[in-house]
Each structure stands twice: as structure tokens, then as C-alpha cells.
Design a protein around this ligand. Structure first.
Ligand SMILES: NC(=O)c1ccc[n+]([C@@H]2O[C@H](COP(=O)([O-])OP(=O)(O)OC[C@H]3O[C@@H](n4cnc5c(N)ncnc54)[C@H](O)[C@@H]3O)[C@@H](O)[C@H]2O)c1
Length: 360
């Protein structure tokens, strides 16, 4: 399939290919939608096996950001960027500054931040060339690592689900199986332990599990056992695609609330979960804490305001579950519907042109 045909499938607005021969920078920026505001999404630095794979990933991820921002009620569109390369070897000041200039050429239609393979300090370098780089380090007045805030959003979502299922949002005594105790999963395990929930964890790295066990008193299980644990909540905080035709029949939970992006292998898996009576809280709704946090930098970062907005994931989750009931659809379909309605309703305001609006 040609590039233009691929871009046409999901109606992306614009794709920009950026190249710098000196540093070896190969970047692709995808703007899926600016209907609700500038397209915000992180920069993924990853050793893609081909340029085609990088393009497909950035198209998919940028579309997901449109839904995530819309469902969170933010004045943001959806975008994402990928840099092709090994983040352990290929990073340099020149590369990130060249990238910053490319981002700057979009004059705010796309706003970048950190993602897999990039860090707040990388964003500090990008920021030297453009003001359209967020997720800067705390020392520079930025919001720093979003992971603890994402974990806080998961707690809010889990409380909403508990309220829906059991009429009580307390997490004390509830049993959670957390897959992956990396940046988000370990912060989530900590918050759950503080709430006196029972927490079982796994990770591909034994050292990560050991650290969580030691710090938070959680219990470990083998990586291939975690989704089978008898629990109230299964919390995927590692990989996408974990909810699929093989794993769903083996789940032993009442609900799924986790940070991993693209947890459903296919949309049909949302229906599989519903058929099993498992309440799936859509990933892009419950993991929006990091995005909400970084968004706040656009208004001069206030931790208090950002956390207040993140806690509203409780209400956003309840609204989606209510919409699912009203429409007789699964929560994933309801979340897409809520996001699309907002894009249509608020995005439609663009017909009233405003000073500073782009030309879409
Ligand atoms: N960091 C954020 O603020 C944020 C925001 C939204 C979404 N997410 C998503 O949440 C997920 C976790 O993000 P993170 O920042 O904590 O990443 P991370 O790399 O710090 O943590 C992921 C952890 O999962 C582990 N893991 C990998 N494969 C595993 C397996 N098969 N079984 C068990 N553990 C496994 C890794 O060893 C690692 O410890 C990712 O999907 C990410 O895209 C993160």
C-alpha cells in the first residue's frame, strides 16, 4: 500500500517526515486530528525494523491520542511522533535539536512530549529549539515523569469501577493483579498498598518484582500466571494486546483497569470480556493521567490543578459506564462514542473562526 493510501484509511490530517543527515535523525510526525485543539502526543524512540513499521505505529498511536484527549475532555487533538533508532545508542544533542526545529515548523499544530524511549531531559533539549515540547523536567518548571500521575488516575478509575460493581468506591481489601511493575505499575502498587488493598504482581524482570515486594509488601507470581490470578481487578501495566482470545477465557477477575496502551488485541475482545461478565474500563480513558498532567504545562504547570483534573478520571469512567448501559454497548464502544460525540460537538465550533486558529 502506498503512503497516501495508508494515511487516508483513518483520515489523518498531516504526516511530516523529518531527516537530518548529520545526526541520523529519522522522524515521522503524524497529526491525526486538530478538531479539538493542537495535536499533542509523545515522541517514541524505537528501533523499528522498517520505515513501514514506524509509519504504521505512528498512524495508529496518533489516532489513539485523538480519542484519549477527547474522552478526557481536553482541548487537544491527537498526534504522535516516532524517531527510528536505538534510544540507548542513537541519542545526541544534535538529533534532538534538529527534531525540535522540525516540531517548531508546525507552529504548535503538533505538541510533543516524552514517550517510550524518551525522557523529560530529552524534552529539555528539544525545548531549546521549540516551545512546543512539554513533559520537561521539574528543574526547568516542567511536570517531570508522568508515571506516578498516571498511576493516580488508575486509582480514580478503579474506585469508579468499584462503585459501579459493588456500590462502594473503597479499595481497601480489594485484590489486584498488576502485570508489570515498571514506572506506572510500581507507583500503582504503592498507591494500592497505601489504600490497604491486596496486591499481587509480576514482571518480566525479577529485580523489578523483588523491589516491589520489598518496598510495598506485595506478593509475586510468575509472569505467565498473573492474568489467571483470582482477583477483583486485573491491571495490565506492561504490554498491549494482553486481552485476547487466549487470555480472556483464563481471566479470573471482575474488572480490568490498567495503564497499558492498546490492551485489547482486537475490538472483538471487548465483546469477549463483556460476554464473560468482566467489566473492562477502557485503557485510553483510565490511563489519561499522564496526558492530563503534561497538558497542564500549556497553562503554566500547577501540580494541584493537574492532580485535580486527574482525579476527575473517576467521573469520566463512571460516565462511560453509564453511556455503555444506556446504549447497550460494551464500555470500549461507549468510550469511542463519547469521544466522537465531543469531537463532533466541540470540534464543530471551528466554523466560528478565531484569531490564531489554524486553517483546518
Ligand atoms: N508512563 C506513563 O505515564 C504512561 C501513560 C499512559 C500509558 N502508559 C502505558 O503503560 C504501560 C507501562 O508504562 P511504563 O511507563 O510503566 O513502562 P515501563 O517500561 O517502565 O514498565 C513496563 C514494565 O513491564 C514489564 N514487562 C514487560 N513485559 C512483561 C510481561 N510479559 N509480563 C510482566 N511484565 C512485563 C517490564 O519489565 C517493565 O518493568 C505501557 O504500555 C505504556 O505505554 C504509560
Amino acid at each position: 500500500m502506498g503512503v497516501f493510501e495508508e494515511v487516508a484509511i483513518e483520515g489523518h490530517e498531516q504526516i511530516l517526515f523529518g531527516y537530518d543527515q548529520v545526526s541520523g535523525l529519522k522522524a515521522i510526525i503524524a497529526i491525526h486530528s486538530t478538531a479539538l485543539g493542537p495535536a499533542l502526543g509523545g515522541t517514541r524512540f524505537f528501533p523499528y525494523e522498517s520505515e513501514e513499521a514506524a509509519l504504521q505505529d505512528v498512524l495508529r498511536l496518533s489516532k489513539g491520542m485523538t480519542s484519549k484527549a477527547a474522552a478526557a475532555g481536553l482541548d487537544l487533538g491527537g498526534g504522535k511522533a516516532v524517531i527510528i533508532g536505538d534510544p540507548r545508542e542513537d541519542k545526541s544533542e544534535r538529533l534532538f535539536r534538529a527534531y525540535g526545529r522540525i516540531v517548531d515548523s508546525l507552529q504548535g499544530r503538533y505538541i510533543t512530549a516524552e514517550d517510550v524511549g524518551t525522557t523529560p531531559s530529552d524534552m529539555d533539549v528539544v525545548r531549546r529549539e521549540t516551545k512546543w515540547a512539554l513533559g520537561n523536567s521539574v528543574a526547568l518548571g516542567g511536570s517531570g515523569d508522568p508515571s506516578p500521575v498516571t498511576a493516580r488516575g488508575l486509582v480514580a478509575a478503579a474506585k469508579a469501577v468499584a462503585h459501579k460493581l459493588w456500590g462502594d468506591s473503597e479499595l481497601t481489601g480489594r485484590r489486584f493483579a498488576v502485570q508489570g511493575v515498571g514506572k506506572v505499575g510500581s507507583a500503582f502498587a504503592q498507591l494500592l498498598a497505601e489504600a490497604r488493598a491486596e496486591v499481587i504482581v509480576s514482571d518480566a524482570y525479577e529485580s523489578a518484582v523483588e523491589a516491589a515486594v520489598e518496598k510495598y509488601g506485595v506478593k509475586p507470581v510468575e509472569p505467565d500466571e498473573i492474568h489467571k490470578v483470582d482477583c477483583d481487578f486485573f491491571s495490565p501495566c506492561a504490554l498491549g494486546g494482553i486481552l485476547n482470545a487466549d487470555t480472556i477465557p483464563e481471566l479470573n477477575c471482575q474488572a480490568v483497569v490498567g495503564s497499558a496502551n492498546n490492551q485489547l488485541a482486537t475490538e472483538a475482545d471487548a465483546e469477549r470480556l463483556a460476554e464473560r461478565g468482566i467489566l473492562y474500563a477502557p485503557d485510553f480513558v483510565v490511563n489519561a493521567g499522564g496526558l492530563i498532567n503534561v497538558y497542564d504545562e500549556l497553562h503554566g504547570y500547577s501540580r494541584t490543578r493537574a492532580l485535580h483534573r486527574v482525579d476527575a478520571i473517576y467521573d469520566a469512567t463512571l460516565e462511560i459506564l453509564k453511556t455503555a448501559d444506556e446504549l447497550g454497548v460494551n464500555p470500549n464502544q461507549a468510550a469511542i462514542e463519547v469521544a466522537n460525540r465531543r469531537i463532533e460537538m466541540i470540534g464543530g465550533l471551528r466554523k466560528f473562526r478565531r484569531n490564531g486558529d489554524d486553517r483546518n
